[in-house]
Design a protein. Structure first.
Length: 581
């Protein structure tokens, strides 16, 4: 009797498929959770740290934002960024931990989108299966854990980097994972929506359309314009979006006093020459991440030979040409694509549009992926067993995690941050000034004065605030006469209400009521709404037993700032003295 072949049970097959899908989903969820835990370990010191550098200059720290409606928050040039700050502020006030935590979450999201994008590009380059996934996983892990990313993640003011780049790579991943070979209208609109959100978070995201064109040419199919033609829906919509993004960027550059062709510190070709040196510094920091610094001491190159700038520019051009030559891009497509991607994504900040700071490590946050493609090209050609390569990559990730944890400790508070910067840039103005201010905030005024001295020596065009803070440091030590000397220097630079008010306060501490009131009168004449001048005036009147005038001054101070507890206590004190007569 012939045995009959048993037909497969469709119910069992369906159940097996569902089980496999669930296992796959759990696998990816576990990987994402692992990435989050690794990021928490790497950035734990900064997560529990303070606001540093310009964090306390962000708009949400201003009084007018405390009870402002949402529309007031998002009315500026970066509405999506301010929306994220608004969400932190309404839930946590000025507690720095939620701001840092949000940055870490956004950084993890950016790393996941980088992984997804790299995975799909590797698929287009001929990699598949487990090999493709671990190569993409290594790229995502390096992006997540590299210490050069610390400035972008640990620095709340760099929220613009982590948020804009997470949106940027979300748009890029959506473009790569489109449901059809030629992108449809719905996916096109979704990509452009993410693109718009990224640009209105930070303007460097405006290069996304150029990256999409480059990607279509390289991989859809390789080295062909067919992919660009197939994605005509997206590119037809992008024309209007790119024009709007360009106008947005031009508007920001016109309004900015730290970037644009009108920058006084350097013109366009000096900045371009300087970047010929700086870009190689970025590459070195990527490969060998030592010497990281919040404030690198890299002066502008004023001519082609200044600092060897022309050699750096020539070497960069040679690398770009090699990436374009057909023989090399055909043989090493990932490396060629990565080099061009790196230059393209770095161009908004490191080409010819001058920016006040020629070097900033946060500028590597967006273009790092280009260098990662170069690394992946090398890894996939190494002729050793895959297991050995995987273990080596895991060891690299562990070393990066340790290095980032150490670097985030530096970023956890102002004093370690600026001590590190002064150690690496000992004769630069800003690190010495910022370290002096950090010491002064901790009451370490003698140490503060030492660094104010250095800042005063190296400053080319000192601002009035150097001498004002220097005066306050002397006041901290009880040396008001030297403080007055520094304030007189400040008045020679910028005679304003702030300087005169502090001068009035110092004269008052010396018991020189006449000089104090004269200085405070001048401060109020210059700016009647400068509230501290009224507080100091109340204190001077109170110390000279002119209690009625003291009450009037304190009331004016509280009218300008009802939350000033010092003015409220001063008013209560002079009222008590007045009633006790």
């Amino acid at each position: 009797m012939k045995s009959k072949k048993r037909k497969p049970d469709s119910t069992q097959a369906a159940a097996s498929h569902v089980k496999t899908a669930r296992w796959g989903a759990l696998h990816w969820a576990a990987a994402a959770f692992g990435a989050f835990v690794a990021a928490l370990i790497a950035y734990w010191p900064a997560l529990r740290g303070e606001f540093v550098f310009d964090d306390l200059m962000l708009p949400f720290t201003a009084i007018e934002y405390s009870n402002a409606p949402l529309l007031h928050w998002i009315a500026g040039t970066r509405p999506v960024l301010m929306l994220s700050f608004w969400a932190n502020y309404v839930t946590s006030g000025l507690n720095p931990l939620p701001y840092h935590f949000t940055n870490i979450v956004l950084h993890v999201a950016a790393a996941i989108f980088v992984f997804l994008a790299v995975r799909q590009v590797l698929d287009s380059a001929g990699e598949s299966g487990t090999r493709r996934d671990w190569l993409a996983g290594f790229a995502g892990a390096v992006f997540l854990l590299h210490p050069i990313q610390t400035e972008s993640v640990a620095y709340v003011a760099s929220r613009s980097e982590v948020l804009s780049v997470s949106l940027f790579y979300a748009a890029f991943a959506l473009f790569l994972y489109r449901r059809r070979n030629g992108i449809g209208w719905f996916d096109s609109i979704a990509v452009l929506a993410l693109f718009g959100a990224a640009v209105t978070t930070k303007e460097h995201a405006a290069v996304l359309p150029a990256l999409l064109l480059l990607t279509d040419y390289y991989w859809n199919p390789p080295f062909s314009f067919a992919g660009i033609r197939r994605n005509w829906r997206l590119y037809s919509l992008t024309v209007a979006g790119a024009a709007a993004a360009s106008m947005w960027v031009l508007r920001v550059l016109r309004e900015s006093d730290t970037a644009g062709l009108q920058l006084k510190e350097a013109n366009w070709y000096e900045y371009f020459l300087t970047q010929g040196r700086v870009i190689w510094l970025y590459v070195r920091l990527f490969v060998f991440p030592f010497g990281l610094n919040v404030d690198h001491d890299v002066p502008f190159s004023r001519g082609p030979l200044d600092g060897g700038a022309i050699f750096g520019v020539t070497a960069l051009l040679a690398v770009a040409v090699a990436a374009i030559i057909y023989r090399y891009r055909k043989r090493y497509p990932l490396a060629s694509y990565g080099v061009l991607m790196f230059f393209l994504l770095l161009a908004p900040t490191s080409s010819f549009i001058p920016i006040m700071d020629p070097v900033a490590e946060r500028r590597m946050y967006l273009p790092m992926v280009g260098l990662l493609f170069v690394v992946l090209e090398i890894l996939r050609r190494i002729s050793v067993r895959r297991g050995e390569t995987a273990w080596a990559c895991a060891a690299v990730c562990v070393l990066l995690l340790v290095a980032t944890n150490s670097r985030s400790q530096v970023w956890s508070a102002p004093v370690p941050l600026w001590e590190d910067a002064v150690a690496k840039s000992p004769r630069k103005y800003r690190p010495n000034f910022q370290l002096a201010f950090a010491y002064q905030s901790q009451g370490r005024c003698a140490e503060a004065i030492r660094h104010y001295n250095v800042a005063g020596e190296v400053a080319r065009s000192p601002q009035y605030n150097l001498f004002l803070d220097w005066a306050l440091a002397y006041d901290c030590l009880g040396d008001q006469p030297k403080g007055i000397e520094k304030l007189e220097r400040a008045l020679q630079i910028t005679p304003n209400a702030h300087v005169y008010a502090i001068m009035g306060m110092l004269y008052g501490k010396q018991g020189k009521s006449k000089e104090a009131l004269a200085a405070l009168d001048t401060a109020i004449q210059l700016d009647p709404n400068f509230q501290p001048a009224w507080v100091y005036r109340g204190a001077v009147y109170g110390s000279s037993s002119q209690f009625e005038k003291a009450v009037e001054a304190y009331r004016q101070a509280l009218a300008l700032n009802p939350t000033d507890e010092g003015a409220r206590r001063g008013l209560a004190l002079v009222q008590a003295q007045l009633s006790g007569r």
